[in-house]
Design a binder for this molecule. Structure first.
Ligand code: CA
Length: 433
């Protein structure tokens, strides 16, 4: 799976890419952007710049499968390119790596197709037909369960079934879009009657997102051994959650308005190819846990289906901003804490015949690491709001206040390879309407 595109020694003629913490030439994630005043087009992040993929295609710099992939990426959404699968995507990546390398014969022509990221708007990379949110972070499920059932935090199905629910695609927004505090029904334990108004317990959830590539026909399951091939790439996902609305509405059918008002994703699709050096074995299940059923079990997936990613969450408040203080890091964890691999999520989703479509989005579920530093939500960090976080500004937080800004980051690091990142997944809270 490793090739010249992963060579840590490869440099780019785009100076800001060399040593860039997210987008060196070894990453090359795909997205949709518009330059100032321009239309939506496909792009590739390289350092602090975006390469206009539509322009590269129009200039005749691609051929074969690489050209097919870029041609499918035009029109302001990447769905048709995601549908092509790994072959064309890999060919395009290989050609782009060559074109953007130091000493590239096309450096001069490409320079005219590069835009400063700071001058561009980034959009959702695909039209999302359906969005599904899983619950694969076992530590999160345990922590949240323990708030309600201290003696028996995990429900009996958890270790057998990859738990999930169908979310809302229309309110998924790209990083930077504002997040409006929702109104809804709340009923705190101390109040006799429910009331309607702004959520008082607004939270974030740190998750990975999976972009589905090739789909499957209705009625035809995806075998676990083929599931990986249906994942076109990854992003960060913040499943904003109104805990008070959730607590009142969630039984018996699960989350509804507590989650559907907004979901933020990082705008770049980081490909399985870029992440190949950072695959890891799925953590062995503790003694006594059931072995996954056969339709979820694949030796290759167990040996290398997990992702070794550092995951961090940062909070900026008006108080921190006013005093010129840096963002407060709320957590630092790792994606290896997921109980199910991406391939298992895909195979499970389709096992009953549900058809996945190119551009569908999965959330993994909140990722919390064992131990105190890697908790993926305020619900866990503040123990349901009972232990507020103290900030250097003198402020405290139980949950998010208006004006607060949350940024998720993911970094992939391994000796002998260039470090890559996902770019930011950021959103700031606006007051309720
Ligand atoms: Ca979630």
């Amino acid at each position: 799976m490793l090739d010249g595109t992963h060579d840590a020694g490869r440099r780019s003629f785009v100076a800001s890419a060399n040593g860039h913490d997210a987008f060196p030439v070894q990453n090359l994630p795909f997205g949709v952007f518009s330059p100032q005043g321009g239309t939506r087009r496909a792009g590739v992040a390289i350092g602090d710049m975006i390469l206009d993929l539509d322009a590269v295609l129009a200039a005749g710099l691609l051929d074969g499968a690489a050209e097919d992939a870029a041609a499918a990426a035009t029109g302001g959404a990447l769905n048709a390119m995601l549908a092509l699968g790994a072959g064309p995507r890999r060919a395009l990546r290989a050609r782009l790596s060559e074109l953007l390398a130091e000493g590239s014969a096309e450096a001069r022509r490409l320079s005219g197709m590069l835009h400063a990221s700071a001058d561009c708007a980034l959009h959702l990379p695909a039209r999302i037909g359906d969005y599904t949110d899983f619950y694969a972070g076992i530590q999160h499920a345990t922590n949240v369960g323990a708030l309600f059932r201290p003696d028996n935090p995990l429900l009996p199905n958890y270790k057998h079934v990859p738990i999930g629910y169908h979310g809302r695609a229309s309110s998924v927004v790209p990083s930077g879009a504002p997040v409006r505090r929702p109104n809804g029904q709340r009923k705190p334990a101390a109040e006799a009657e429910p009331s309607f108004g702004p959520s008082r317990n607004l939270d974030y959830e740190l998750e990975l997102g999976l972009w589905i590539g090739p789909g499957n026909a209705l009625g035809e399951p995806i075998p676990i051994g083929a599931a990986e091939g249906h994942v076109a790439g990854y992003c960060l996902l913040n499943d904003w959650s109104a805990r008070d609305i959730q607590g009142w509405e969630y039984q018996p059918l699960g989350p509804f308005l507590a989650k559907n008002f907004c979901t933020t994703v990082s705008p770049w699709i980081v490909t399985p190819e870029a992440l190949a050096p950072f695959r890891a074995a799925q953590a062995p299940r503790p003694q006594g846990d059931p072995r996954p059923m056969d339709y979820l079990w694949d030796e290759r997936d167990q040996a290398g289906g997990a992702l070794d990613l550092l995951l961090e969450v940062f909070l900026v408040t008006e108080g921190l901003r006013a005093k010129g203080l840096p963002a407060h890091r709320l957590s630092s964890g790792n994606a290896r804490a997921l109980y199910w691999t991406p391939a298992q999520l895909v195979a499970h989703h389709a096992c009953g015949g549900c058809n996945l479509q190119p551009g569908d989005l999965f959330g993994t579920g909140t990722i919390s690491t064992e131990g105190g530093d890697g908790l993926g939500s305020l619900l866990e960090i503040t123990r349901g709001g009972r232990q507020p976080v103290a900030l250097a500004s003198g402020e405290t937080r139980r949950f998010l206040e208006d004006g607060d800004e949350i940024t998720l980051r993911a970094t992939a690091r391994r000796d002998g390879f260039a470090t890559i990142g996902f770019g930011e997944c950021r959103g700031a809270i606006l007051p309720a309407p």
